[in-house]
Each structure stands twice: as structure tokens, then as C-alpha cells.
Design a protein around this ligand. Structure first.
Ligand code: KG4
Ligand code: ZN
Length: 331
């Protein structure tokens, strides 16, 4: 009898549930977006996020089980995100998982969301070639790491202020786009030209990032020029600046660590310019590129369920308590 992990992800603003087999096959996955709730605030309103999770979590679990036809006897365990994330949102997923675990008599594993993003590149049959340089770019995180293997992670650098996803969302908001603006800035940039010069903050000699200066430069430009601003050209120029920084840091890490592959994960890994830039970089260095399929780049529960199999195999037990600031090298 094929066994599955039931994954639950409520760390931020999406209620997600999935069933995943040990071989990374996804039998069912549902994501209930809260974009409409948060749009008028221009960002995530934490209290509304947790209330929406409370309303959505049980119907989402029910629909995943019904849609897949998977019975309780086929559920090996439950995996739920325990951090990093918003405390109220995390609590909804964790409490639901803990209660289901008791009622169904299943083990419940508290999973690191960032490790979930790493594993997103291996869903549905892909395998990462280690050692790897990893760029994780999402709404909550921006970091570069070197991974000797799945369990040996060295953090090389992270952002000192805004994350890449946050910068996309804030710049998009300045351009009058709805939340989350990242995908729309991506789309606009495809028909624009990178004719404008914005700062490319490299912080030489370090793997750290800083994007608040770039964001302020965009703000000053759009404010001074909002009558004539060509949104497509601004988007293309902004992305050109941000991609130069990401590619520069990845190139530096690849030269220093000589990995077999580059892995780019997190919501911004859905960005077409980043996917192209990473592809060219890997061709130049003759290494493999691992990207999640588009649907697994942004938050989902399939990546949490797949990561749960790692915890089961390594017998990793973690407290079922939210840990908002959980790091990439933790469980
Ligand atoms: O990983 P994710 O779903 O949530 C967090 O864990 O933070 O990432 C969401 C972020 C948002 O900031 C969103 O605007 C950004 O990913 N994003 C994109 C694209 N798709 C999603 N940014 C740029 N281009 C995209 N195509
Ligand atoms: Zn995420």
C-alpha cells in the first residue's frame, strides 16, 4: 500500500495542504490564497491572515483527502510548518496538525519552512546534485548558502534589510500594482527596456545583500517623474539592477566553492528574468541548475510534505511550537 505524508503550510498568507509520496510524487495539493484580503493594506495583515487560516484549514484538508481518494490508513505521518513565519498563522497549522495527529493516531513533525523551499526543487522526480550553492529568495527571506549535502548547510550571507520579494512588492506598489506585485512587475518588465540606471548594491567582499537603497532610489524616481513614468521600462530597469546583484553573488560563490549545481528557490524563483540569469550563469560554469517547477516556487504544502519524509528517515523530532525566526541550518 502506497504511503503519503499530509503536509500543512500556514506560515504566512496562504493556507496550503498536500499529500506527497516518499518518491516526491504529489498526489494532491491545494493552496487557498489570501491576496484579496491583504491587497488594500499593501502587505500582509497578520491578524487577518490567521483568521483566514482558521476558516480555511479544515475545508482544505477535507478537499485534499476527498480529491485524492487517499484513506487514513495510507497516511504515514503529518508534517506542519513550525517556522519561520507569523506566529498567529503558524499556530493555526500547528494546532490543527496536533489535533489531527491525536485523533488519527499519526506522528506529527514540525517542519522548517526554509528547508521546505530547498526541497521544492526536488518535487516530482528531480534530484539536486550536491555540493550545491543555494539562493533562497522569497517574501520573507533572501540568503545564499553552500550545501555539502542535504544536511550540511553553511550560510554564506543574507539580507541586511528588505528581502528580494518584499522589494518587488514595494516597488510594484509604488507603480500602483496590487499585492503581491512581484509577478506583475515580472510581466511588465518583459515588455519594457532596462534604459534607466538604478543602484546595484553589491556590498563588496561579502555575500550579504541590502535592497533598501535601491527601493528608495525607485521611490524618488517614481515620485519625481510620475507623469511620464513608463512602468514597463521602470520594471525592466529595476529587475536589471536586482538581478545584477543576485547573479554577481551567485557567481562569486560558485567561483569560491566549485559546486556541482546552483539551486534557486523561494517565491522569487518564479521570476522569469532570474530563471534566465541563473541558466546563463550555470551554462558559463558548466554546472547543473535546479529550479522548482513554477507552481512549487511560491509557498505550498507539497514542499513541506516532502521535507517531512527527511525528518521521518533521520528520526528528527522538533517541538510543535511556532519558532518565528527559525534559521536555514536548523530543523
Ligand atoms: O516563498 P513565497 O511564496 O513566500 C514567502 O515565504 O515569503 O514568496 C512570495 C514572494 C512575494 O514577495 C512575491 O511578490 C514574490 O515571491 N514573487 C515574485 C514572482 N512570483 C512571486 N517576484 C518576482 N517575480 C515573480 N514572478
Ligand atoms: Zn516561503
Amino acid at each position: 500500500m502506497e504511503k503519503y505524508v499530509l503536509g500543512i503550510e500556514t506560515s504566512c498568507d496562504d493556507t496550503a495542504v498536500a499529500l506527497v509520496a516518499r518518491n516526491s510524487e504529489v498526489v494532491a495539493s491545494r493552496i487557498i490564497s489570501q491576496n484579496e484580503i491583504h491587497d488594500s493594506f499593501g502587505g500582509i495583515y497578520p491578524e487577518f491572515a490567521s483568521r483566514a487560516h482558521i476558516a480555511n484549514i479544515i475545508p482544505t484538508i477535507k478537499s485534499v483527502l476527498l480529491e485524492s481518494g487517499v484513506g487514513l490508513a495510507q497516511i504515514e505521518a503529518i508534517g506542519v510548518t513550525r517556522g519561520p513565519g507569523l506566529v498567529g498563522s503558524l499556530l493555526v497549522g500547528i494546532n490543527t496538525a496536533a489535533i489531527l495527529g491525536k485523533v488519527w493516531n499519526k506522528r506529527v513533525y514540525g517542519i522548517n519552512h526554509l528547508r521546505g523551499h530547498l526541497r521544492s526543487a526536488e518535487l516530482e522526480g528531480q534530484t539536486i546534485a550536491y555540493p550545491a550553492v543555494v539562493l533562497l529568495v522569497s517574501g520573507g527571506h533572501t540568503l545564499l548558502a553552500y550545501m555539502q549535502n542535504k544536511d550540511n548547510i553553511k550560510l554564506l550571507g543574507s539580507t541586511k534589510d528588505d528581502s528580494v520579494g518584499e522589494t518587488f512588492d514595494k516597488v510594484g506598489r509604488m507603480l500602483g500594482l496590487p499585492f503581491p506585485a512581484g509577478p506583475l512587475v515580472d510581466k511588465l518588465a518583459r515588455v519594457g527596456e532596462a534604459t534607466l540606471r538604478f543602484p546595484k548594491p553589491l556590498i563588496d567582499g561579502s555575500y550579504d545583500f541590502s535592497f533598501s537603497g535601491l527601493k528608495s532610489a525607485l521611490f524618488r524616481f517614481i515620485e519625481a517623474d510620475n507623469e511620464t513614468t513608463n512602468k514597463a521600462d521602470v520594471s525592466a530597469s529595476f529587475i536589471d539592477a536586482i538581478m545584477s546583484v543576485l547573479v554577481y553573488k551567485c557567481n562569486k560563490a560558485i567561483k569560491e566553492y566549485s559546486p556541482l549545481s546552483l539551486v534557486v528557490v523561494g517565491g522569487v524563483a518564479a521570476n522569469s528574468q532570474l530563471r534566465n540569469g541563473a541558466k546563463k550563469l550555470c551554462e558559463k560554469h558548466k554546472i547543473e541548475l535546479h529550479l522548482p517547477k513554477l507552481k512549487w516556487a511560491t509557498d505550498n504544502a507539497a514542499m513541506i510534505a516532502l521535507t517531512t519524509w527527511d525528518y521521518i528517515d533521520a528520526e528528527i523530532e522538533t517541538p510543535l511550537i511556532p519558532k518565528m525566526g527559525l534559521g536555514l541550518d536548523e530543523y
